[in-house]
Design a protein around this ligand. Sequence first.
Ligand code: CA
Length: 223
Amino acid sequence: MRLLVVEDDPDLNRQICAALADAGYAVDRAFDGEEGHYLGENEPYDAVVLDLGLPKMDGISVLESWRRSGKSVPVLILTARDRWSDKVQGFDVGADDYVAKPFHMEEVLARIRALLRRASGHATSELTCGPVRLDTRSGRVSVDGNPIRLTSHEYRLLAYLMHHSGRVVSRTELVEHLYDQDFDRDSNTIEVFVGRLRKKLGIDVIQTVRGLGYRLNPPADAR
Ligand code: CA
């Protein structure tokens, strides 16, 4: 899952990005409204953390513009604690959730998890596919109850496929959603990660759809 953080306070921006990266997300950052707006228009993020008070273009205008151009990416806005009117305005222009400053990072992480799972139609933070379980809270993966150790890239790949299980996900889509902007992207590496993941899971849940990409299916449905 790939996220965008738009926050002009450099320390806060760094803290949020670090926490999200630790939690296993690919993260891009912007420090003003224009830059954030541009990235949101042009990159396929899975969710955005958007501050409202931003230089060059305020958060409400950024969000309004994204929604006008049909971007449905889940957006968590950061608001000042005492500005209830900001929250109302934020929701009215298309925000999905908010966190009031100052906040606990755990709350931001929990709200992002909720936005991501709702966006992909899942009701709980634990995703399952046959005997494979992925707990988005702890980042733990198990097969038949046995814990599986994954690298951060393998985890990201599995988490993305599990959020979108049952549908074909192309390699391009994976590259766009697993790596941040600065990463040296190469769709061949996806194949390598899929191979490693298959080996570690020891069970055939990742189906290759020739010429199209990959689909995650419970073993009974695998063809
Ligand atoms: Ca600000």
